[in-house]
Ligand binder design. Structure first.
Ligand SMILES: [Zn+2]
Length: 162
């Protein structure tokens, strides 16, 4: 039995604000906290836009919001050959993160748990991270926002192009 853990930290929590997430929810994800359903559906949609047919419900990926004891760790992905891959998003992080940051972290964990991606720490010349798959403990600077997200999601699904 092989088990891998990815501990994914969030380096900066600046620019946070509270906002409401309102969207029509059609799909059900049996083993996923309902608060994460909207983002699961969005991940499938972003995958579809980039040529991938992904059904996270069929994959049986589990995801919950819970306490992660390690400091500054916002999410984890547990790989296990014997059970479905499992994501945990830290509940304290979840309470204070804005929608953008929630998407960043959940998509990062799905990058591990669904796309089998490892961490990528490369930076552009201006020091910002090339990938949302950065670990958060290296030097590159996060720059995930409503404008840059398209390029980051392109990289998430097609890392070879960057
Ligand atoms: Zn990670």
């Amino acid at each position: 039995m092989t088990r891998f853990f990815f501990f994914c930290s969030i380096a900066t929590l600046s620019f946070l604000f509270f906002s409401c997430q309102k969207q029509a929810q059609e799909k059900v994800y049996t083993n996923v906290d309902q608060k994460l359903w909207g983002l699961f559906e969005k991940f499938e949609e972003e995958a579809r836009l980039r040529g991938f047919d992904i059904d996270l419900e069929a994959d049986g990926i589990e995801a919950n919001i819970g306490l992660i004891e390690q400091q500054h760790v916002a999410g984890t992905c547990h790989y296990n050959e014997d059970t479905p891959n499992r994501i945990i998003i830290d509940e304290e992080f979840w309470m204070i993160a804005d929608d953008n940051l929630k998407e960043f972290i959940l998509f990062h964990e799905l990058g591990h748990c669904k796309l089998q991606r490892n961490h990528r720490e490369d930076a552009f010349d201006n020091g910002t991270c090339i990938s949302i798959m950065r670990s958060g403990i290296e030097d590159c600077e996060d720059n995930y926002n409503s404008t840059s997200r398209i390029q980051y999601l392109d990289e998430l699904f097609h890392p070879d192009k960057f």
